[in-house]
Ligand binder design. Structure first.
Ligand code: RIB
Ligand code: CA
Length: 312
């Protein structure tokens, strides 16, 4: 039985691959909609990119624009990684599809309000502004959610500062609200995404089936700008790890522990304080934090699912 899924994202090169993975997996997930947020690039661009990626996939998934800035702090983007347009290397035409009118937070509330208890998984792979606002405005929507699977945070080093991972750094207040909302959370931090790194052989396997999706994803991976950080041959596909957990949770593992966020404006802003040793000084356990992944299984799944587009 396919699990009902909503993806909140900021496409974003790895968001795009995560969306393509989800849309290629109808036996596992029924993608109800995609909500977008300002993050890697501004929300106008994340909206256009989400529309373009669904068009590339040939899937008419509803796409709804959300918050253009974090709840409290100013938006800081990552165009140096994702390109000014947000999809460096994908070379996609502008979308002809249009967004669902209205705001993503209202769409999330209406969709979850109408859903059966525990029937929807929410996968959040950008800053958590939309998700936090929806939960604050209508706490009752928690009933519809079986869990929130988020890419974000770090047990160890961050990536945007030594302390913080980008999604949490951009909107630390939203992250703290989501982690404290009482919805079960599965967190895919940098510690797990940095253990599944592309390389030329893996990119070749993704490119091999041919077709526009293979070309776009291989183009993204070839153009990845900071391979040197990861040994020089490739880089992580952060957001696809969160979707892969929903499809095949057995390929990853971690620990359930307390996670809280530094919402201050000092050098540790956006730090996820992961109580890995199971303490409760910061509060009860509120997240399954993943730190291990079978990277061969991950790339086998990603390659197999992306190849399905070539057969379309
Ligand atoms: O730190 C990685 C995360 O930040 C990913 O979601 C990437 O898309 C960026 O949003
Ligand atoms: Ca993202």
């Amino acid at each position: 039985m396919a699990r009902k899924l909503i993806i909140d994202c900021d496409p974003g090169i790895d968001d795009a691959i995560a969306l393509l993975l989800a849309m290629a997996s109808p036996e596992d997930v029924d993608l109800l909609g995609i909500t977008v947020v300002g993050g890697n690039v501004g929300v106008e661009r994340t909206l256009a990119n989400a529309l373009a990626v669904t068009e590339l996939a040939g899937r008419a998934v509803p796409v709804v624009a959300g918050a253009d800035r974090p709840m409290v702090v100013e938006l800081q983007t990552a165009a140096h990684i994702h390109g000014e347009g947000g999809l460096r290397g994908a070379d996609l035409p502008p979308p002809t599809r249009t967004a669902v009118p209205g705001h993503a937070v209202d769409w999330l509330r209406a969709t979850l309000r109408a859903a059966a208890p525990g029937s929807v998984t929410l996968c959040a792979i950008g800053p958590l502004t939309n998700v936090a606002l929806a939960l604050l405005l209508e706490p009752g929507i928690r009933t519809a959610l079986d869990r929130i699977v988020l890419m974000g945070g770090a047990i160890g080093l961050g990536n945007v500062t030594p302390a913080a991972e980008f999604n949490i750094f951009v909107d630390p207040h939203a992250a703290q609200i989501v982690l404290g909302a009482g919805v079960p959370v599965v967190m895919a931090p940098l510690d797990v995404t940095h253990r599944a790194i592309t390389n030329p052989a893996r990119v070749h396997a993704i490119r091999a089936p041919g077709g526009p999706v293979a070309r776009a994803v291989a183009g993204i991976l070839d153009a990845y700008p900071s391979k040197a950080k990861f040994g020089g041959e490739g880089g992580p596909i952060h957001d696809a790890c969160a979707v892969a957990w929903i499809l095949r949770p057995e390929m990853m593992s971690g620990r359930t522990c307390n996670v809280r966020v530094d919402t201050g404006d000092g050098p540790s802003r956006g730090r996820t304080l992961v109580d890995w040793w199971g303490g409760d000084r910061n509060g009860p356990a509120n997240a399954l934090v993943l730190d291990r992944i079978d990277d061969e299984a991950f790339f086998a799944l990603l390659t197999e699912r992306l190849a399905r587009y070539a057969a379309d």
